[in-house]
Design a protein around this ligand. Structure first.
Ligand code: TRP
Length: 446
């Protein structure tokens, strides 16, 4: 199994850097996910889906700018990069490789049904054009890339808007197919739709969205925010006339920021006939209370892009410590293997004769207990540090056997139970642990 029940809940959130974050992003995603990331028992992954941005944006400067803006927004809203894994998708070399693996287990028919692709198709057909006009293979493959984002880190939960639920189901499907074919490698992810998280209406009352051009930027200046709020559409009722909260974009936006008492207060003001100008002023002030301190942090962060770059590169290292060994495991699983390593099922005999092994021993000099991992030819691949008892050494071996490559970084760098190894050695050790696990199941099973 890829995860045990005591393991923390892994939550993964991605945003495509294809524009400037707006109040809808804040209320619908950023605010909630940052709060959730500090909950106990939660391990969070936050990333900038810049490979996804290439699908719809062909302006390089815009992608760079948007990546910076969204990274700064998350940080300004309280994301703690020490506590979560915060990275840029394109810094994780294994993502495109996993995308290919998943591409090879995904039915084309499944992708034919993806909403974003189908919407473009329907639009073309309605216009009497070629159905595939303006459809890149990137748009078509979008759900597979997204599947790789999610499955790479074995996320349990993916908080998304309703429009993205289908993609999570597709990722689940890919995980199932891969697991069925190659063994239990992936956790099956679930979409998490929080109904308490509001979908914010935009200036015109429709859902606030870049594609409708009705957004209010999250971190525009105070004056611009006030101007934008003044342009929210309202009906023509005069001050003194009672107003309905139902269907009022202004009221809904207010509600997304206010607590129950404040909301009740505005509801009463509507019934008492508050003028639209006054209502807009209340809304502006309410948003400003929450956003002003964040804006200050945002501006400071935006003036230091090198610092954000540094933070993202540290995050990429943290993420790669998980993705690299996992990718080695997956490469082994599908058969992209070291040709000299022990062979697979059907050649159990060969595996028995030549397979990697653990060797435990006691050192006379210090009296401590050690182990080594030897390759099939008896060469040392991995050397432990000294343990006070053979049981302790045994426990570390058990962790390595169970978690394989995923445990290496933690055992070597953090717990200092292993002599340090470089990237190439890590790969060799991971392959050996995989081969060992496989040889064990093969022998047990036959
Ligand atoms: N497709 C998502 C969006 O546009 C962004 C995204 C990419 C994502 N990969 C992801 C979200 C993985 C969650 C998980 O909003």
């Amino acid at each position: 199994m890829a995860s045990s029940s005591s393991a923390p809940l892994r939550v993964l959130t991605g945003i495509t850097p294809s524009g400037t974050p707006h109040l809808g992003n804040y209320v619908g995603s950023i605010r909630h996910s940052v709060r959730q990331s500090v909950a106990p028992g939660v391990e969070s992954f936050f990333f900038l889906a810049d490979y996804h941005a290439l699908i719809k944006v062909q302006d390089p400067a815009l992608i760079q700018r948007s990546t910076l803006e969204i990274a700064a927004s998350w940080l300004a809203c309280g994301l703690d990069p020490e506590r979560v894994t915060f990275y840029r998708q394109s810094d994780i070399a294994a993502i495109p490789e996993l995308t290919w693996f998943l591409t090879c287990v995904t039915g084309k028919g499944v992708l034919n049904r993806a909403h974003a692709y189908k919407a473009q198709l329907d639009k073309n057909i309605a216009k009497g054009e070629d159905p595939d006009a303006d459809v890149t293979a990137g748009l078509f493959m979008y759900p597979v890339l997204m599947g790789a984002d999610i499955l790479m880190f074995n996320a349990h939960k993916v908080p998304v808007g309703r429009d993205q639920v289908q993609h999570i189901e597709m990722a689940r499907d890919m995980a199932q197919r891969f697991n069925h074919q190659y063994g239990e490698h992936f956790t099956l992810p679930e979409a998490e739709i929080d109904d308490a998280v509001a979908t914010l209406p935009g200036l015109d009352g429709r859902k606030m969205s870049k594609s409708y051009g009705n957004t209010i930027p999250l971190f525009a200046s105070r004056a611009y925010l006030q101007k934008q709020i003044a342009s929210i559409v309202t009906d023509s009722r005069a001050p003194g006339e009672p107003k309905e909260t139902e269907g009022s974009a202004l009221f809904q936006i207010y509600q997304a920021f206010a607590d129950a008492d404040e909301t009740q207060m505005l509801r009463k003001a509507y019934a008492d006939g508050i003028g639209w100008g006054d209502a807009k002023q209340l809304l502006f002030e309410r948003i400003e209370v929450e956003v002003a301190p964040l804006r200050k942090r945002y501006e400071a962060l935006m003036s230091e892009p090198a610092e954000i770059e540094r933070i993202l590169l540290i995050g990429a290292e943290k993420a790669s410590a998980l993705s690299q060994p996992f990718m080695t495991r997956l490469r082994h699983a599908v058969g992209l293997r070291n040709l000299a390593a022990g062979r697979d099922k059907g050649s159990a005999k060969a595996a028995k004769v030549a397979k990697p092994s653990f060797k435990q021993y006691r050192e006379r000099g210090d009296g401590l207990f050690y182990f080594k991992l030897l390759d099939a030819r008896g060469e040392t691949l991995l050397q432990s540090r000294g343990f006070a008892s053979p049981q302790e050494a045994g426990r570390t071996i058990a962790v390595l056997q169970a978690e394989r490559g995923a445990a290496l970084a933690a055992l070597a760098a953090l717990a200092e139970q292993l002599e340090p190894i470089d990237t190439e050695q890590t790969r060799a050790v991971t392959e050996a642990l995989e081969a060992l696990a496989e040889a064990t199941t093969t022998t047990d099973g036959s």
